[in-house]
Design a protein around this ligand. Structure first.
Ligand code: UD1
Length: 431
């Protein structure tokens, strides 16, 4: 795996443009399985998770190609007219958590599916019982055997689905299964994340009839088929949030553009307590550094519109240099604190027990050789490296590439000293 080499101490200055959201694109890619026509997704960053999903689509029989478009990233064309297979192997599914999003659309389109248990970042137990229960409520027969989910939708029915917890993935799977067919499906207690709204908008653009995403009731009227469309996914609120946190840590004069600030209200509220001056103008967040950040107090992760779990790790890095104590509580994923052991190597003062972290901010933290434990944990180590004294190497940055596209180029363009060391140039750990 590649590494980042970071020399700390630069202050970020200039403008960075946020990409289309990984967590919107992944379900949209799965949703394309339902469409009998070529679709165009505009301005798609080549996150490695997106590439892994494209491989799954190709295996199912889709034609997938990237082409230069009007935006900074390439356009992605997907043609699912000839979906012939209905299985996703363990080899493909283990590469990406969102492989499980294919279960609903494969079932919806083909009537049967065999999908291996998903892989993805190791942030604790990631069960799929809510996905399965939702599909069962819609009449699917599901058997779980030897690491595969075997599903049969021959007795499907439009019904009310009640989710025991507003799981993002389960909501997306249920929507995608219910889109094709007859009758009305209602999903009670769905996830309300902006990415769910984006999936609804994409599928409606292709001819689906879905209402209510973003609220606590989603209603789907089944349609016979979906047609070709072109679509641009929403901007990535987690990438935006990562740059905003970086701004609170070390901005001189930072402009983050293509941001929907409504999607990051909780974060804005927390960052307003640090010394950084923040202005929101249209789709831009403008941040001016003001010395050492003050503690933001307390952060507790929750489902949307609460504070996103995906920004918990970067917030810990911010807390490490704040003046004062900060409290961070992770409520969604029990093993999402693996970055903390690495931050300790950088001289951070963190105590952690039962999902609660108390961080005593230090005036100085120090560069070290650290290992990215997962996607967002890796990003938090990069942020710590930007402000640490001396140099930091962050290993396993392929995990960061899952959800940040060319992070090092974006940070370099803002004046950070960061470069990628390709795996082949390293002598150790290169298997
Ligand atoms: C999505 C996001 C991920 C984010 C998470 C929570 C994508 C590709 N990933 O993941 O970045 O961190 O939402 O905002 O969109 N759960 C169950 N059973 C289930 C499903 C979930 O117990 O069947 C639990 C999970 O273990 C977790 C919680 O529900 O504790 C939230 O998970 P969920 O909302 O499903 O997250 P993902 O869709 O996996």
């Amino acid at each position: 795996m590649d590494s980042f080499y970071i020399v700390g101490g630069s202050r970020l200055e200039g403008e960075v443009v946020v990409d289309c959201a990984k967590n919107a694109l992944l379900p949209i890619l799965a949703g394309s399985i339902l469409i009998e026509g070529e679709i165009l997704l505009k301005n798609v960053p080549k996150y490695s998770d997106v590439l892994a999903m494209c491989k799954i689509l190709e295996h199912l029989g889709a034609k997938v190609r990237f082409e230069k478009g009007d935006f900074a990233n390439e356009d992605l064309y997907i043609d699912c007219r000839d979906i012939i297979y209905s299985d996703v192997s363990n080899e493909l599914a283990s590469k990406v958590r969102s492989s499980i999003f294919t279960l609903g659309p494969i079932l919806g389109r083909k009537g049967i599916a065999k999908v291996a248990y998903p892989g993805g970042c190791d942030i604790g137990l990631r069960p799929i019982d809510i996905h399965i229960t939702a599909l069962k409520q819609l009449g699917c027969k599901i058997v779980d055997k030897n690491g595969y989910i075997y599903a049969d939708a021959s007795k499907r029915r439009a019904e009310d689905v009640v989710l025991s917890f507003p799981s993002v993935g389960a909501t997306e799977n249920a929507i995608m299964f219910a889109v094709l067919g007859e009758g009305e499906t209602r999903i009670f207690n769905p996830a309300r994340e902006p990415e769910i709204v984006d999936l609804q908008n994409f599928l409606n653009c292709a001819g689906a009839d879905i209402k209510g995403a973003g609220s606590n009731l989603i209603v789907i009227k089944g349609v016979k088929r979906l047609h070709t469309c072109s679509y641009k996914a929403i901007s990535d609120r987690i990438e935006a949030g990562t740059f905003m946190i970086a701004g609170a840590m070390c901005a001189k004069n930072l402009v983050i553009s293509n941001v929907n600030s409504a999607h990051n209200q909780e974060l804005l509220c927390k960052l307003s307590k640090t010394a950084c001056k923040i202005k929101v103008i249209d789709d831009k967040i403008i941040m001016k550094g003001g010395g050492r950040p003050q503690s933001f107090g307390e952060v507790e992760t929750a489902v949307y519109p609460g504070f996103p779990t995906d920004l918990q790790a970067p917030m810990v890095s911010l807390a490490c240099i704040c003046d004062g104590y900060s409290l961070i509580i992770e409520n969604l994923f029990e093993s999402r604190y693996k970055h903390i052991g690495e931050l300790l190597k950088m001289g951070c003062d963190i105590k952690c027990k039962n999902g609660v972290c108390i961080v005593k901010g230090r005036e100085k933290i120090y560069g070290a050789e650290v290992i990215s434990p997962d996607l967002r944990g890796g990003a938090s180590l990069v942020l710590a490296g930007l402000v640490a004294e001396g140099y930091t190497t962050v290993d396993n940055v392929d995990l960061i590439d899952r959800g940040y596209y060319r992070l090092e180029d974006k940070l370099s363009s803002l004046g950070a000293e960061i470069k990628r060391i390709k795996c082949e140039k390293r002598v150790d750990n290169c298997d």
